[in-house]
Ligand binder design. Structure first.
Ligand code: UDP
Ligand code: MG
Length: 314
């Protein structure tokens, strides 16, 4: 009987001390699953440390380990996408390299797939390593995202997921550049199952996502799946126009009937102007967000550039 192939897709950015441990842990866990074949696709996303050297050794020793070496850092979303594009497995499992996505769960993910689910995603119960501010910002992000976007994502669901070949084939047809992998998979639907897990602390190294990057990702995921910010500019503009008009009227009435000296003519001009400038700026800001997206999509630059692929030809 032909063994089913399972592809593991793992983006790597400065993970020199995690890669050997990850590999060891994977070997331990995969050996319990010898009714399947595995390929381990490591995407080196422009690491500046020794990650590439370490992976290069691995791919010589173990043909199942495959390398996609990017020409520079393109970000985790692009790296994950590249892995999915080149994966050949009957299922693809995406996970992080820092051991925050415990390889022990692979078995459970596959079991859910065997039950007939096409997407199996994992939901973090608590993140022991996360700081208070990170927890709060992540709560706010999920709340806003689910309130205003056209897809619903389970709060605290992670990129540690399993996708059936069918899902991956659909994923390959999605052309957009700025992407949130998780969001796209959620948007596609399919038969889904979830698994809860407790995320341990990042094994070693720094979190590669700064608050700046996370903010960028959050904004992108919102403009990708919601038109509310665009409409919001309209609502807000209407609100400001109406209320400033009313305020203006009340100033007029005060001046005529109560105290003619309370507001000078200049005050009227300033009030009117401030509100109008506010409207214009806010609208422009939101429109700019969308234009930036259109711009990105229209240029149609590739999502990533691969310098070298190794172990991909059987
Ligand atoms: N990563 C990547 N490119 C980047 C940043 C991160 O490939 O520009 C990888 C990183 O090596 C890790 C995964 O994405 O395997 C998750 O990164 P991290 O642990 O920094 O993020 P978090 O745990 O906060 O989601
Ligand atoms: Mg991590």
């Amino acid at each position: 009987m032909n063994k089913k192939l399972i592809s593991l897709v793992i983006p790597i950015y400065n993970e020199e001390s995690n890669v050997p441990l990850l590999y060891k842990s994977l070997m331990n866990n995969l050996s319990k699953l010898n009714q399947y074949k595995f390929e381990i696709i490591l995407i080196n996303d422009g690491s500046q440390d020794k990650s590439l050297e370490i992976i290069s050794k691995l791919i010589q020793e173990d043909q199942r380990v495959k390398l996609i070496d990017f020409s520079r850092n393109f970000g985790k979303e692009a790296a994950t996408s590249a892995g999915c594009h080149l994966a050949k497995g009957n299922v693809v499992i995406t996970m992080d390299a820092d051991l925050q996505h415990p390889p022990e769960l692979i078995q459970e993910l596959i079991a859910k797939w065997r039950e007939g689910h096409e997407v199996v995603y994992t939901v973090r119960k608590e993140n022991q390593g996360a700081s208070f501010t990170k927890k709060i910002t992540s709560q706010i992000y999920w709340w806003i995202f689910n309130k205003i976007s056209s897809v619903t994502s389970e709060p605290h669901s992670t990129d540690f997921r399993l996708m059936d070949r069918m899902v991956i084939e659909t994923f390959k047809k999605l052309p957009e550049r700025e992407r949130l992998f998780r969001g796209l998979i959620d948007w596609m639907g399919y038969r889904r199952a979830k698994i809860y897990f407790t995320a341990p602390e990042r094994h070693s190294g720094k979190v590669a996502y700064s608050y700046g990057k996370l903010f960028h990702l959050a904004i992108n995921s919102i403009t990708a799946f919601s038109l509310l910010p665009l409409r919001f500019a309209g609502y807000f503009g209407t609100f400001i126009t109406v209320s400033s008009f009313l305020f203006f009227l009340s100033m007029l009435i005060t001046r005529w009937f109560i105290n003619p000296l309370l507001f000078t003519a200049l005050a009227f001009v300033i009030v009117a102007n401030t509100f109008l400038i506010g409207i214009v700026l806010i609208s422009l800001g939101f429109i700019a967000l969308y234009i930036a997206r259109i711009h990105d999509e229209v240029i149609g630059r590739p999502l990533y550039i691969i310098r070298k692929k190794t172990n991909f030809n059987e």
